[in-house]
Design a protein around this ligand. Structure first.
Ligand code: THU
Length: 135
């Protein structure tokens, strides 16, 4: 793992350890680096009213925006289990809002990165700010 990916891995793992997921018991952490190099992290926060739960990626993006960041340069998501903890459909759209098509999204397990996707690969032919004349 490169130093910059390692920093994202460490931040995501620390957030994952604080996740609130008493219903699924599936703890997820996410971390991103913004355009200035600052790192922000989030974890999933579930709710007894299930649809009100929030994903780790959503938390990390909210932290970035509240912290003054505006662009995602690189992102990492960590989950346990055998499979790849790839972002859900809604989070792919949220990531896309603040990232470029070639922005890397690393998917990690407890021992490190298992796969890396571009935002374009995760959400091809997507609708975004440009469609509204923004961004
Ligand atoms: N979850 C995330 O936070 N991010 C992902 O990329 C996949 C799923 C959460 C949502 C829910 O709290 C739990 O994992 C099980 O779906």
């Amino acid at each position: 793992m490169s130093k910059s990916v390692e920093a994202l891995f460490d931040a995501a793992r620390a957030a994952q350890a604080r996740a609130y997921a008493p219903y699924s018991r599936f703890l997820v952490g996410a971390a991103l680096r913004d355009e200035t190099g600052a790192i922000f992290a989030g974890c999933n926060v579930e709710n007894a009213a299930y649809p009100q739960g929030a994903c780790a990626e959503t938390g990390a993006i909210g932290a970035m925006i509240a912290g003054g960041g505006r662009r995602i340069a690189e992102m990492l998501v960590i989950g346990d289990g055998e499979g790849l903890c790839t972002p859900c459909g809604g989070c792919r759209q949220r990531i896309r809002e603040f990232a470029a098509p070639q922005t890397p999204v690393h998917i990690a397990g407890p021992n490190g990165v298992r796969a890396t996707f571009t935002v374009e690969a995760l959400l091809p032919s997507s609708f975004g700010p440009e469609n509204l004349g923004a961004g």
